[in-house]
Structures are given as structure tokens and as C-alpha cells.
Design a protein around this ligand. Sequence first.
Ligand SMILES: [Zn+2]
Length: 848
Amino acid sequence: MSRYTPAEIEARWQKAWEKDEVFKAVRAADKPKYYVLEMFPYPSGRIHMGHVRNYTMGDVIARYKIATGHNVLHPMGWDAFGMPAENAAMAIGGHPKDWTYGNIDDMRGQMKPLGLSIDWSREFATCDPEYYGQQQALFLDFLHEGLVYRKNAVVNWDPVDMTVLANEQVEAGRGWRSGALVERRELTQWFFKISDHSEELLAALDTLDNWPAKVKLMQANWIGKSRGLQFAFSTIDAPEGHDRIEVYTTRPDTLLGASFVGISPDHPLAKVLERENEDVAAFCAECRKGGTTEEAIETAEKLGFDTGIRVRHPFDTAHELPVYIANFILMDYGTGAIFGCPAHDQRDFEFATKYELPIISTYLPSEDANEVLEEAYVPAKSDKVFYNRGFAGDAWQTGEEAINAAVDFCEQNGVGQGVTKYRLRDWGLSRQRYWGCPIPVVHCDACGVVPEKKENLPIELPYDVDFGTPGNPLDRHPTWRDCACPSCGAPAKRETDTMDTFVDSSWYFARFTAPRAETPTNMEDAKYWMNVDQYIGGIEHAILHLLYSRFFARAMQITGHLPETAIEPFDALFTQGMVTHEIYQTRDAKGRPVYHLPEDVTDGKLADGTEVEIIPSAKMSKSKKNVVDPLHIISNYGADTARWFVLSDSPPERDVEWTASGADAAFKHLTRVWNICDRIGQMDRDAKGQGDEDLLRAMHKTIHDVTMGVESFGFNAAIAKLYAFTAILQKSKAGYAAQREAIMTLAQLMSPMTPHLAEDIWAHQGGTGLIVTAPWPKADEAMLVDDTVTLPIQVNGKRRAEIQVPADMPKEEVEKIALAHEAVVRSLDGAAPKKVIVVPGRIVNVVA
Ligand SMILES: [Zn+2]
């Protein structure tokens, strides 16, 4: 008798797959292709259980597709640029490049024991010059087509780290790393013209049938299409050239409730006033201190400065409104000017209350409602309300109806135009950082901004940089900036901004189709392998990464790097849940929580007997110490156990809670399967037994159910069927041939989840070749039909009738059918039976 030894068999089968290059993706005309991709990892240095779950799901799909005759592409790479490498270099010394490549080596080493079906020959990191050089070539092509441009923009500036921060990097008005108060600054930045594609990116969401509805909704909200009114207030006593203030509003139905006009501190009018008036200048400077995030603006105190300028209301020229410079209005949004309707906007309400401005309702909850409000009245746009100052005849209207009526009325009266706008802004890609892809342009005194020549790509990052002082090390490098102008040849300076790391991940999926090509893609390969048939990743990437990738696919099509069929690059998207774990906590003398690692807790107690408080299932986090290290699990139980566990128990889209007992049970189950294989291996080859057909019927049902489960991402349901079939096989008294067929089929069905154990069983039973390339078993339709049996019914020992029932029908059901039979009813003649005995598959005895 031999034992289940995962450490030994897992290494052996990984070698066998590698030797036969079974996962190497090569174009082949005779097979349908299938491209499965998991979102590639950031090389932090260690894989975690979330990675294991994500990659295992992709692996199940990839292996299933191989077995069903597909030519599968399943690549892996590294999203390797970004701040953490630079922060590590600043915090602990060393170089971002060494840190990153060291981490990649570590993580590859941790990932390979999982036995994933990855074509490692296609591996790349986005910080490889071969990759980012092609990204620079794409940038130049985009520039040529007008898909990328430069403009001044207000940004979040961290005065300590001396860099621009993304909105997500501003926390409560402070830089997420330095903690410094963020300032608004105007800088010249590069932008992708994603806003030109707003309508198309929105409309095409409807074609993505195999994407989660919630992701499509999040994207639609982010693009934010709205119909509004663009119009102008005419000014009184404004400086020359400012006789109008343009406004765009999505709520023109509240125009008759306007009580002030607000402009951004960066509005051209504010800038004129700033030059003339010290108080205005001081106020604007104060406003620029806050961050530019919606959250920062929402939470900051609302401040205004009365400019003394007035505007006329377009529908009542006698009605004059004051013009305030206000800290909550951004120049980037709309026209940088708004009208305030305090009755229907809480922010305007607070502002009006503070500056004692009128609060005028345009709609009310009912016809006789009090017009004096305690707070802004803000119902949903779809609610029907009573318009006391509306534009349409019918006073009861929804917000949507009233908005359309207002636009129509204003257009007919020559006050403005209905305009459709989008919330989506152009994508600013400039970062004042070292560890990113250099933007391949040159600044020449004579020629201005000049694109680098393609033959000079890649523009490589210099290695000899210092992180001793804040700011961008590229700015301080003694020679790196020096170059010849690509246009006139005179001495010039390189751009030192690098690209947002979201650029790196916006086209890597296309690069995987030809990772060594001398151009960004190879059209033949792109045509063959695109689209990604199944993309798998976390919901946290539902908006930006996917939206940017969809834009890039369009831009790459325009510049000839992708076929038109690939502008929606991901045919199907799946967002998996997290791996969670209980948190174990005690308290220190001051009552503060102290966390404990799962391995230090047994039965709710620490080694010294202290009881721990248990906080239920939470996202694994290093700071809470509720983490399990995949490497520990693999060394204790083997990769197949880890894979089996993360797929069982919970549907893939939901969270799964990791428990030590669950992992133990998974390992015991795999051992049980191995022991069944071992037992069958020792059976007499000619042995005949009982129940061959029952076993094979159960097997075909399992083939059917597991196939359905894998096809529909119901991995946990498939695993439940595999458990059930294992129990049947374990108890089976069938002959050798039937049992061998059953164990080999079980191995095939388990192969996507536990590929090493499956190969070993296959080999042990004398299977041909490798199980990974063996054709997926097919369920025999005839065997799926439930078997029926004929049961005689005896009443007081005399045979009275016969019934046909399914062989596996429960006794209670059989009893009901038997007692309802007319022959039985007649023999009982109204009397209740004293006893009914059902012998399954044999007979029903009724004692009257
Ligand atoms: Zn020049």
C-alpha cells in the first residue's frame, strides 16, 4: 500500500508538464483558441491566499479548455512599476529596480509550486525596457493621432514629497505617504483624450453580455452621462471682457430658485480680480490649499468671497444675483461657474445660510407644503413632486420631466442650449516619479516639445539615481536629461515625467499575444489570440483599469496595433470574492487590541492559556495578523489541498473563509481519493462484483454535473458533486473494470482543481499519456435517465398490485403511491393499514 505524498508527486508532475511544454501556446489553425487571463500581480514580494484563489480559478478554466480541445493561452506577468518600490528604496535603501526584480524572482518561486498551467515563456514585467519601450512607441503613435495632448491642469501637489498625487492618494486633505497638507497647483501635464470616447465607451457596455451587471453600472456611473443646460448670466459692473458668465447645469428645473452665482478661484474672472484686489488674492490662495478630490471638497468648510459683481437672472432681469468666488467649485468641472439653488442642494443651502442669501423653492413635496425649509429638499430625480416655480404647465412632475421641460423652454426663449455632458475627464498620465515609463518627448528651446524618434526607443531609466532628497530623481540626474533635439539637432532636455502605472496595465493583455515582438503587437498574433475570452480579477479594478483598457484597445485599433474586433478586449469578466479569516485579539493593559497569528491560537486560546476574542471572518490583513501564508499551506498539505480548499465551500464570486479545520478536511479528502485509487490498483484484474451499472450511472451523472459546474463558474457546486461521487466509489462493491473506469474519470474531473493528484492517479491506473491533455470525459445521455423498478404490493400476504417507481425513490414516497393504488384501496375497504413495510427495490407489504 502506498501513501498520498503531495510534496513528492507535485514536483514530479510539474517537471513532466514542463518537459512536454504542454502549456506553451502556439498558434494552430486546427483548434479553437481560448485566452484566459487573471489580472497580473504587483510584485510586492509575497503571494497571498487571494492570489492563490484568483489564479486557481483561471487555472481550472484553462485546464478544462485544454481538455475540451482548445488551444489555450494562459500567460503571467508583473505590473512592476509604481510607488512602493520607490518608497522601499527611500525607507530601507537599495534600488527600486533591484527591489522589484528580486520580488519578482521570489514570487515566481512561490507561484510555481501551485502547478498553474501558465506559459512562462511569455512572462514579462512592465519595468522591462523591452516592454516599456513598446509603450513609448504606442505613446508616440497616440500623439501622432491626437489621442494624447498637453494642457495646464490643477493637480494635487504634495509639498513634502514634491510630487503630484492622484485623487486616491489624498487622504483627508493630506498626502497619503508624507502626511503633508496637499496644495492645488497648476502644472503642464499630458492627458489621454479618453473623454472623446465617452459616448462610445458608454454605449458599448450594452454589448458586454458576459460582464457582471454591477461592473457595467459602475462604469456607466463613472462616465456619467447627463443632459443639462448651457447658458450665460449677463454681468453688471464686471471687468472688461467679462460681460457674461457661462454656466452648465444638470438641474435647469431649479433655475427659478437661483439666489447666487459661484465661480472657481481659478475662473478667468477670479484671476482678473485677484490681480486687482489683495483680499481676493488672499482668499484664492487659501482656497488652493485644499485637495482636488470630491471628498476633500465635500468635507471642507464652504467658503465664499462676495466679489461685488452682480448678474441678471435670465427670466427676470430685475432680479440681480451676487457673484461669489467659492472654494468648492473646480475649474476642471463644467465651466468653473455655477448658480446656487439653496432650496434643493444641501451644499448651496449651507452656503446661503452662512451668507444670508435667499432660499427659494422651485418644487415642494405637496401643493400646500411650507416654503420655509429647515434643510435642502432633495428628492430623487424619478420622484414626482409639485413644481411651484417650474417651466411646464403640469405642476406635478418628476425631476426628469421637469429638466426636459426646462431645457425646451430655455431653448425656445433663447436662453441657452440643451447639452449632453459626461462626468468622465481626460486621463492625466504625467507623474513626477522615477519608477515609471519615461514619457518619450524632448524639450527644445527652438522647437518646443518634440517627440523622440522611434529608433531611439526605449528611452531607458538611468540606474544611477539617488533617493536621498524628495522629488523626482530624474530631475536631479547630472546627465540623463541631456540629449539632441530629434528635430533640429541642437542640445535639448528630456521630459522627466513618467507615465501613470495604469498605462502599463492598459495594454499588457495585448502584448501577451506576441511578447517578444519588435512592435507593440504583431497583428497576426493579435488577430488569432484576441480577445481575452475570460478575464478574472478583483472588483476593486471594476472602474479605472477596465475603463482605461477599453480606451487603449480603441486607441490601439486607431493606430493599427489591434484589429477592430478587439476594441472590447475582454469578452467575459469574472470578479472573484476574497479569502477571509477570523481575527484573534487580546487587549493590552491600556485596553488596546493586540492581534495574534492563526498558528499561535489553538481552540480559542494562546499557548499560555489566555483566551482570545474572536472577530468573525474579515479580509486578510497583515496588520490584523489574520493571514495564512500559502507557502505554509503548501509545505504542510501540498498545493492541491490549497487549490481544492479555495474553490470549495463558497461560490467563486463570494468570499471564502479560510479555516484550519477546513484545510485539514480538504487534505483528508484528497488522501481518501488517493487511498481509493490505491485499493483499486490492488484489485484482482478479473474480479467481478456487484452494482457495476449503479456505479457507472452515478459516474455519468457526476460527469454531467461537474461539466455544468465548471462551465458556469460553479466550482463549489462541482466540488460538492465530486465529494458525493467519491463517497459512492469508496463504498462500491463493483468489479475491477467498473471501479477503474470510475476512479480514472474521477481523476479527470478533479484534474482542473487538483492537477497533480489527478496525474498521479491516471498514471497509477495505466492511463495513456498525461491526464492534462486527455480528452474531457463525456456523459452518456442514456445513463443519465433515472432507473425505474417494478414493485409488487402485497396486502396481508396476497399480491394485489404492481407499481413502477424510480429506483432511488425514498420509502415514504413509495408508501404513498402504494396506498393510493386503487387495488390496494379496494382490499383495505376503508380500514387504515396497521403497518406498511417497504423493502427498497423488492416489495411493499401492507398489513391491514
Ligand atoms: Zn529643436
